[in-house]
Design a protein around this ligand. Structure first.
Ligand SMILES: C[S@@+](CC[C@H](N)C(=O)[O-])C[C@H]1O[C@@H](n2cnc3c(N)ncnc32)[C@H](O)[C@@H]1O
Length: 297
């Protein structure tokens, strides 16, 4: 097991970077909104400075105006990806908002007991804790005799987060929210040089495929799912982007399938084929049965 870096290294002299003027903030915030739906109010100006100062420094720009221009000019898209990586918030945790995992076990699993396969999408998966929690919950819930094939798609816009997710290596402190029995069953414990770290077992890791996907773009063809987790992601979007994203997510739900959002989010006012089930759980209505043709005499 190779120990991953623990968070961003100290920014080289980032404190020397000039403050972000109001005009520069508007430019950067506008770019963040257009490229990933991120809504950054003026109150976040200092936060944006502190998150991007390192990028400004690394690109050897004199100030944020030059940085903004260079990001736009970079045809490879690398600088924009690096900017998004720094601006997005990837806070997450194992079994976060545990009622959703109860819901998965008690409501979704019984519908799939005789199915050959179950596919779940973790949209905005961050560093992987959500996707691995889904995998563990499903493995625990299906009867051992004939479980369906479990396949989890985990997507995020942040390449840094996806890199960490795909490694599946976590500090012990990040695993405190996981039942110790599940920890022992599904993780390998590091020893010696990697003491204090845990790695998800390869057979669980292999149930999840990680992919970069921007939720505000048109989705590539990824099929349809009986359950989509998109939790604590749209909270950073403006209302219009939220509604458009919910529409695209709903298109990827099977009829009768469930969309799970964060408990601090709401879809109230969204005109979509989703019905409210319980807090942070919505269900796509089944297609209405087609009216039989009237009998011809
Ligand atoms: C706060 S984390 C939530 C992680 C997890 N879903 C949870 O609830 O614990 C939000 C994640 O959404 C991702 N994100 C933000 N904007 C996105 C976008 N436009 N497309 C895809 N992912 C995005 C961020 O990179 C971040 O990893």
């Amino acid at each position: 097991m190779t120990v991953p870096e623990t968070g961003p290294a100290a920014a080289p002299h980032a404190r020397d970077v000039a403050p972000l003027t109001r005009r520069e903030f508007e430019l950067v915030a506008g770019l963040a909104r257009r490229s990933c739906g991120l809504e950054l109010p003026e109150s976040k100006r200092l936060m944006v400075w502190s998150r991007l100062a390192r990028n400004v420094r690394e690109m050897e720009c004199r100030n944020f105006s030059e940085y903004y221009r260079r990001v736009l000019e970079d045809e490879s898209g690398e600088a924009l990806c690096a900017m998004i990586d720094r601006l997005t918030t990837s806070f997450t945790g194992f079994m976060r908002e545990p009622v959703h995992f109860d819901f998965l076990r008690k409501v979704v699993v019984p519908r799939f007991c005789n199915a050959p396969q179950i596919r779940v999408w973790s949209a905005g998966a961050a560093t992987g804790e959500e996707a691995y929690s889904i995998a563990i919950s499903l493995l625990e819930a299906f009867p051992e005799a004939r479980p369906p094939v479990i396949s989890i798609l985990a997507t995020d816009i942040s390449r840094n987060a996806l890199r960490k997710a795909s490694r599946g290596i976590y500090l012990a402190s990040r695993l405190r929210s996981l039942d110790p029995v599940l920890l022992a069953k599904y993780f390998l414990k590091g020893s010696g040089r990697v003491r204090g770290w845990y790695r998800i077992k390869p057979e669980i890791r292999n149930l999840v495929s990680f992919r970069r996907l921007n939720l505000i773009d048109r989705f590539p063809s990824i099929g349809s799912f009986p359950v989509i987790f998109c939790r604590n992601v749209m909270i950073y979007f403006d209302r219009e982007t939220q509604l458009a994203t919910v529409g695209r997510l709903t298109d990827c739900l099977e009829p009768g399938g469930h969309l799970l959002i964060g408990h601090s989010e709401t879809l109230a006012g969204a005109d979509s084929p989703l019905e409210y089930v319980r807090p942070a759980v919505y269900r796509k209505r089944e297609a209405k049965a087609r009216q039989p043709w009237p009998r011809m005499r």
